[in-house]
Ligand binder design. Structure first.
Ligand SMILES: Nc1ncnc2c1ncn2[C@@H]1O[C@H](COP(=O)(O)OP(=O)(O)OP(=O)(O)O)[C@@H](O)[C@H]1O
Ligand SMILES: C[C@@](O)(CCOP(=O)(O)O)CC(=O)O
Length: 393
C-alpha cells in the first residue's frame, strides 16, 4: 500500500517552538511525499527516487553501511534497532513538484504532479517545505508496513516516533520536530516533546521503549478557515536554519533583558493570530495579528543580526499587502530569504495571484501551486510510475 505525507509551513511560533512552553501554528500543504514498498526475498533493501539522477540507495541487510542519503540512513538504522531485522525489497519515493525548484525539470509522462530533474537530489534546490521530514515519515511507514505492522493500532504513533528519532539522528541535532509532526498529523498547533526523549545512541535497548511510548508533545489538529487561502512564494534566496537558530538562542542566553520582552510579545501576537484564525475573524483582524508578529520578528532581526525578516522580505511582504485580497504574510519557519507565505481571501485568490504574478516587484518570486491540505500521513490508492507490484501485509 502506498503512503503519502504533506509538506509544512510554520506560520507562527518559529524559534519559540524550540521550548515546550510555547505553541506553534503549523500548516500542512498539498505538496506531498509518497512511498511505495515492494517486498522481495532478497537480503537487500533499496530505495529508489526515480525523479532524480543517481538516486538509488541500497542497504545490505546483513551488513548495513551508510549510503549518500543521511535521512534514509537514519530511517534504516532506527527501524533496524526497533525491529531487530528488516525485510528486503524496494521502496520507491516520489515527491510532489512543490518541494523542489522546478528549474531544469519536466513533468513525468502521465504523472504530471511529479517532475523529473536532471540533477541528483542533493543538487536540486529545495523550497523549504520539509522534504526530509516527510521523507522520513513515508519511508518509515513503508518499512513498518513491510514488517507486517500496517494494521497495528499504534501504527501512526510508531511511525511518528521512529521518524522523529531518525530525523534528529540525520540532522545531528534535536529540532522542535514540528515538521515531522505535521507530516504525520497534518495541520496542528504544536508544543514540542522533551528533547532528552531522543536517544543519544541508537540501539534496540535505547530505541524500543521510546518508540513504544506516548510522547509528551502537545498537538491539536487545526485547519485554516475556508475563507482564507494559502499562497507560498519561493524566493530562492536560501537560508541557513541551523546557524540562524544557534545565533538567536545565543542572543537569548546572552541578553535575556532584551530577549524576554520580545519573546513574550511575540508569543502574545502568535496566540492572538491563532485565536483569530479559529474564530474565523474578519481579514482585517487577521492582518493586524500578522502586523504584530512581523513587528516582533523585525525587532529580533535588528537585535540579533540574524536575517529572520530581512529588508528584502519586508519589501516583498509590504508590497504583497497592497494587492487586493492579500490579507498579510510572514517569512515562515526560521525566516530568511528562501520563501514568503501569504494568506489570501479565498474569494479573491485567483485575481490576487494573477496580480502578484504580473507585478514586477515579485519578478524573482516563483508562486507555488499548492494549498492547505490539513491531512497528514495517509494511505494512497494511486498507482506510481514504474512501480510494478505493491506489497500487501
Ligand atoms: N524525493 C527524495 N528522495 C530522496 N531523498 C530526498 C527526497 N527529498 C528529500 N530528500 C532528502 O532530504 C534532503 C533535504 O532535506 P533538508 O532538511 O535539507 O530540506 P527540507 O527538509 O526540504 O527543507 P527544510 O528543512 O528547510 O524545511 C535531501 O538532500 C535528501 O537527502
Ligand atoms: C527556527 C525553528 O523554530 C523553525 C524552523 O523552521 P523551517 O525549517 O525554517 O521551516 C526551528 C525548529 O523548530 O526546529
Amino acid at each position: 500500500m502506498p503512503y503519502s505525507a504533506p509538506g509544512k509551513a510554520l506560520i507562527a511560533g518559529g524559534y519559540l517552538v524550540l521550548f515546550p512552553e510555547y505553541r506553534a501554528y503549523c500548516v500542512a500543504l498539498s505538496s506531498r511525499m509518497h512511498s511505495v514498498a515492494v517486498k522481495s526475498d532478497e537480503r537487500v533493501l533499496t530505495f529508489h527516487s526515480p525523479q532524480f539522477s543517481t538516486s538509488t540507495w541500497s542497504y545490505d541487510l546483513d551488513d548495513v553501511q551508510p549510503q549518500k542519503n543521511p535521512f534514509l540512513n537514519a530511517v534504516v538504522q532506527v527501524c533496524g534497532a526497533y525491529f531487530g531485522e528488516l525485510c528486503g525489497g524496494s521502496i520507491y519515493i516520489f515527491s510532489d513538484a512543490g518541494f523542489h525548484s522546478q528549474h531544469e525539470s519536466t513533468p513525468m509522462p502521465d504523472y504530471p504532479r511529479f517532475r523529473t530533474h536532471r540533477k541528483s537530489i542533493g543538487s536540486v534546490p529545495k523550497t523549504g517545505l520539509g522534504s526530509s521530514a516527510a521523507l522520513c515519515v513515508v519511508a518509515t511507514a513503508s518499512i513498518v508496513e513491510m514488517m507486517g505492522r500496517a494494521n497495528d493500532p499504534h501504527f501512526t504513533r510508531i511511525v511518528h516516533n521512529i521518524a522523529q528519532i531518525a530525523h534528529c539522528v540525520a540532522q545531528g541535532k534535536v529540532g522542535s520536530g514540528f515538521d515531522v509532526a505535521v507530516a504525520v498529523y497534518g495541520s496542528v498547533q504544536y508544543s514540542r516533546f522533551t528533547p532528552t526523549m531522543i536517544p543519544k545512541t541508537i540501539t534496540p535497548e535505547s530505541v524500543r521503549p521510546v518508540v513504544d511510548m506516548k510522547w509528551d508533545e502537545w498537538l491539536e489538529r487545526c485547519a485554516l478557515p475556508p475563507s482564507v487561502s494559502v499562497l507560498m512564494g519561493d524566493v530562492r534566496g536560501g537560508s541557513e536554519t541551523p546557524a540562524m537558530v544557534q545565533k538567536v538562542l545565543a542572543w537569548r542566553d546572552a541578553k535575556p533583558e532584551e530577549a524576554e520582552p520580545i519573546w513574550a510579545s511575540l508569543d502574545g501576537a502568535n496566540n492572538a493570530l491563532v485565536a483569530a484564525l479559529i474564530r474565523e475573524s474578519e481579514p482585517h483582524a487577521i492582518r493586524i495579528c500578522f502586523d504584530h508578529i512581523r513587528a516582533q520578528l523585525q525587532a529580533m532581526t535588528k537585535l540579533t543580526g540574524v536575517p529572520i525578516e530581512p529588508e528584502s522580505q519586508t519589501k516583498l511582504l509590504d508590497a504583497a499587502k497592497s494587492i487586493d485580497g492579500v490579507i498579510n504574510g510572514v517569512v515562515p519557519g526560521a525566516g530568511g530569504s528562501d520563501a514568503i507565505f501569504l494568506l489570501v481571501e479565498s474569494d479573491k485568490f485567483d485575481t490576487a495571484k494573477q496580480a502578484l504574478s504580473i507585478d514586477p516587484r515579485f519578478a524573482k518570486v516563483k508562486w507555488l501551486s499548492l494549498h492547505q491540505e490539513a491531512v497528514g500521513l495517509r494511505r494512497e490508492e494511486a498507482s506510481y510510475p514504474g512501480v510494478r507490484a505493491h506489497s500487501h501485509s
